[in-house]
Write a protein that binds this ligand. Sequence first.
Ligand code: ZN
Length: 191
Amino acid sequence: MEVKAGSPAATSGAHSVSAAETEKWMEAAMHMAKDALENLEVPVGCLMIYNNEIVGKGRNEVNQTKNATRHAEMVAIDQVLDWCHRSGESPSEVFEHTVLYVTVEPCIMCAAALRLMKIPLVVYGCQNERFGGCGSVLNIASADLPNTGKPFQCIPGYRAEEAVEMLKTFYKQENPNAPKSKVRKKECQKF
Ligand SMILES: [Zn+2]
């Protein structure tokens, strides 16, 4: 759970984040995750930051919407598009200079979406061993995938233990959409 931001490892080409930025935005992302937990959603929260401004934020809305694709990152992508529309900015320009802060490693679906939107840098908390698209299951983030957007840099591990604890809490409580006993126990152990 070391803070890597601010070290040379945090620099990725033209995009880098300071320790102060990481602390500030991950704190907000953790709040989003807590909000998800309080609303019986898998506790994942995220923010999209462009020019030091929040242009999108999201937390899981899968149970609420009965839509398995409404992960925090997908919700936030839609918000960035709305922000661009409202402020007359070009989405491609904005996404290419936006940093995503998210409490859990993006899943395979979200990692592919982040590539397609050409987000350059993702700062995240804990690993996602079941679905992770930034190395845990597949490495969508850095794989050589022709015609699938651009690879992006990842800075993992910020407040990872806290993010894991929230996931464990979620899987311990009643999840109306989860199959009984076996699967939940397994998820809890893996997270
Ligand atoms: Zn996802």
